[in-house]
Design a protein around this ligand. Structure first.
Ligand code: ADP
Length: 613
């Protein structure tokens, strides 16, 4: 660790947390000063113990000296107790605060962050990293306030007893400092690697837990074991390396301390024998030296421990400092939706520069009508839906709702005007009622129940053991795909937004279930501007407008009856090829990977657990 990058970090941690806790810290430091003071005192009083009690036989002073020794230890004990509690409380508080900050940040970050990050590893890393911030503060406070002050006090005692001996003892400082610098320089890279490896291991375990049915179905156990085994071995090897590097300070400081103490005893002993001085000051000196050893050792390790904490703290700040893309422009107004007309005007977009996905894409979704987007997998349909919600910003052109550029309005008002039903129905931690109410937090119980009714969900909800209060999500009941769909439709209904975005489920539901879902969708689409990524023939046939996309462009627009008559038209060709037999074959028959289907969705655990119970 070099001073120039350690200090800004330390300053930041202190600036962000110091104020909040300044009184607690002040009191903690007072306690630590008491610990340091009483430690120095116990060494200092050794001279009087030896000289006055044993050498000069002053019976009158026995009680005074013994009382003072006892009082010193009493105070020390109480002060140590207080400071330990206070520091731990501050630490717990800091962990909680940073957890909240990080969680808020994660919710703020754009979907692009989550399409790049591995959720399991991310969670594990965050967990380790937050500990780093706590450790920085507690390590610094204890080291400076207790160990440094103790050391100064004890060295003061040593110097006051015998300055020449002090000089001899202090000869060990320079080699000790050099060795610490060497160790802390080597440790940083190893710590960084260890944290990453550990989070990788934990993250992979989590993924296995979530995808256990796939693991079993593909008999991936052996492959996974050997892959994770390899990771674990590397983490193990790094941890061993970390231990051996960071512990290198210990034998060295022990050897140096041994040299110093032996040297002092030799010199002091020879002098006492020859000069017939009372041995009090030499003994007090040796006591101080021995007591100084522990804090000195801890201080020597300070850099090593701090280095570990700093690596973690730095990683947390990398996350907290990440740019939130698509933030509101200064002075953004609120989106006012009147009719709900959506217009894409020559929109260009690329996820990664140089790889354009949409090219001058233009279309209008008329207010209150249903616009179906069809096209082969990878044509850019989901991208259109993502852009409209401002998960990403277009590189060129404009997207407008009722004439207002969505880039100029607040994200909250934009998304407030939109209800979204994704291809995979996501359920989150909470009850069925909570999950519907995520659509609009101030919805009443009656409204959520009405939404469930409209979404054809009431029957199965009431059949659950606790009805609307039945927990779903990670640890909740297992619902079928169709049931989940209907809950997510209920969520969209309760939102009561003028614009509805729909990514039709491709996964085949059984006929009954499909009918119920379709029924629910028809109800929610009524009177709303709906853009639907259509996979079912019935949807496109009934749509007020069909947009056919190919490679990021709109190639055809119209209604079903006119499009099928267009000679040589793409839609007509699709239709002729696949006919009415296959309701969802407007999609390219080539199976598309799951990730393609919903690029804009954060990974959701409950989905993958669906069939695992
Ligand atoms: P569709 O919904 O029509 O199947 P998408 O909008 O999902 O098509 O994808 C359009 C193109 O953008 C594809 O080439 C796809 O690989 C790419 N793409 C989609 N999501 C991402 C992403 N998060 N990062 C990079 N490229 C993406």
């Amino acid at each position: 660790m070099t001073a120039e990058n350690a200090f800004p970090l330390l300053k930041r941690v202190i600036a962000e947390n110091g104020r909040e806790y300044r009184w607690t810290y002040a009191f903690t430091i007072l306690c630590l000063l008491l610990v340091a003071g009483t430690t120095a005192f116990s060494a200092w009083i050794m001279r009087d113990v030896i000289n006055e009690i044993f050498y000069r036989r002053r019976e009158d002073l026995i009680w005074l000296i013994c009382g003072a020794v006892f009082a010193a230890f009493l105070i020390r004990g109480l002060a140590s107790y207080m400071q330990a509690i206070l520091l731990q409380r501050i630490g717990n508080d800091i962990v909680a605060r940073y957890q909240k900050r990080v969680f808020a940040k994660l919710l703020d970050l754009g979907v692009n962050f989550f399409s790049d990050a591995r959720s399991g590893a991310l969670a594990a890393r965050i967990n380790q990293n937050i500990g780093g911030i706590r450790d920085i503060l507690s390590v610094t406070v204890t080291s400076v306030a207790r160990d440094l002050v103790s050391l100064v006090g004890l060295v003061g005692v040593m110097v006051s007893q015998d300055w020449l001996l002090s000089l001899i003892a202090l000869l060990i400082a320079p080699p000790l400092i050099l060795s610490v610098v060497y160790v802390s320089r080597r440790i940083r890279g190893v710590v960084h690697e260890t944290v990453l490896l550990n989070s990788h291991v934990i993250g992979t375990m989590q993924e296995v837990a979530q995808g256990i049915t796939v693991v079993k179905a593909f008999t991936m156990e052996n492959q996974l074991s050997s892959r994770i085994g390899g990771l674990i071995d590397r983490a193990h090897e790094r941890a061993d390396k970390l231990a051996s590097i960071s512990e290198r300070v210990t034998p060295l400081s022990d050897i140096l301390a041994g040299l110093a103490i032996a040297g002092v005893i030799a010199y002091g002993g020879v002098r006492a024998i020859n000069a017939d001085q009372p041995p009090g000051s030499v003994l007090s000196f040796i006591t101080a030296l021995m007591l100084a050893y522990e804090p000195a050792k801890r201080l020597a390790r300070l850099q090593v421990n701090l280095e570990r904490a700093m690596v973690n703290a730095r990683m947390i700040y990398e996350l907290l400092d990440m740019d939130v893309r698509q933030s509101d422009v200064p002075g953004a107004s609120k989106l006012e939706v009147s009719a709900g007309r959506i217009e894409f005007d020559r929109v260009d977009f690329a996820y990664h520069e140089g790889n354009p996905v949409l090219h001058e894409l233009s279309f209008v979704a008329e207010p209150g009508k249903t616009t179906a987007i069809v096209g082969a997998s990878g044509a850019g349909k989901s991208t259109v839906i993502g852009l409209l919600q401002r998960f990403y910003d277009p590189a060129g052109g404009m997207i407008a709702i009722d004439g207002q550029d969505i880039g100029q309005v607040t994200k909250a008002s934009l998304r407030g005007a939109i209800a979204y039903v994704s291809q995979q129905p996501y359920l989150f931690e909470g009850s069925i009622r909570d999950n519907i109410r995520y659509g609009r937090p101030d919805a009443t119980d009656a409204e959520t129940e009405e939404a469930a009714r409209l979404a054809n969900a009431e029957d199965f909800v009431l059949a659950q053991p606790q009805g609307y209060d039945t927990p779903v999500g990670e640890n909740g009941v297992t619902l079928s795909g169709g049931q989940r769909q209907r809950l997510s439709i209920a969520r969209a209904i309760v939102r009561n937004a003028p614009i509805l975005l729909l990514d039709e489920a491709t996964s085949a539901l059984d006929n009954d279930s499909e009918k119920l879902v379709q029924d629910a969708l028809d109800r929610v689409m009524k009177g709303r501007t709906t853009i639907v990524i259509a996979h079912r023939l019935s949807t496109v046939v009934d749509a007020d407008k069909i947009i056919v996309m190919e490679a990021g462009r709109v190639v055809e627009t119209g209604i079903h009856s006119s499009l099928i008559r267009k000679k040589g038209g793409i839609y007509a060709r699709f239709y002729a090829l696949q006919g009415e037999r296959a309701p969802d074959l407007l999609e390219n028959p080539a199976a598309k990977p799951e990730e393609d289907a919903a690029p804009a969705e954060p990974k959701d655990n409950s989905r993958r657990r669906r069939k695992t119970g």
